[in-house]
Design a protein around this ligand. Sequence first.
Ligand SMILES: [Zn+2]
Length: 151
Amino acid sequence: MEPHSPLTATHLEPEKAPKVRDVSLCPCKSRLAYGLCCAPYHYGKALPQTAEQLMRSRYSAYFFGRIDYLVDTTHPDRKTPETRAGIQAFADQARWKFLTIVGSSKGQAGDKTGKVEFIAQYYQDGVLREHHENSRFRRSRGLWKYVDGKG
Ligand SMILES: [Zn+2]
């Protein structure tokens, strides 16, 4: 993180993160208010019903540095002792700028698996970069979880 950067506001401390009712636009670029989009998932008020909703909420969680949420929504089969540190490192290296959902397959209310392809743009060391990923999601105890992704 770079404290002098005007974009540091994207990395809010948890206590400064917007409340569920926040009307500012959600960082996942849904054009919905954060309080009507990803916040209810982040605050445990609702559960993502589709793989894409989980994917968006995980992007927003990276945006706000909500590491607990990212760990919680990683599929238990894929969690290792290094999972949290890996997420933290990835969250810290980037200042997230934009999310584009390229496409998705399955991942709906009646599915057990789903895939979401997305492009996340972020600044790293002042350079705009893209993270292009095909993510796989699978339900665990009925809840959507992130399995893995290929770049
Ligand atoms: Zn959102």
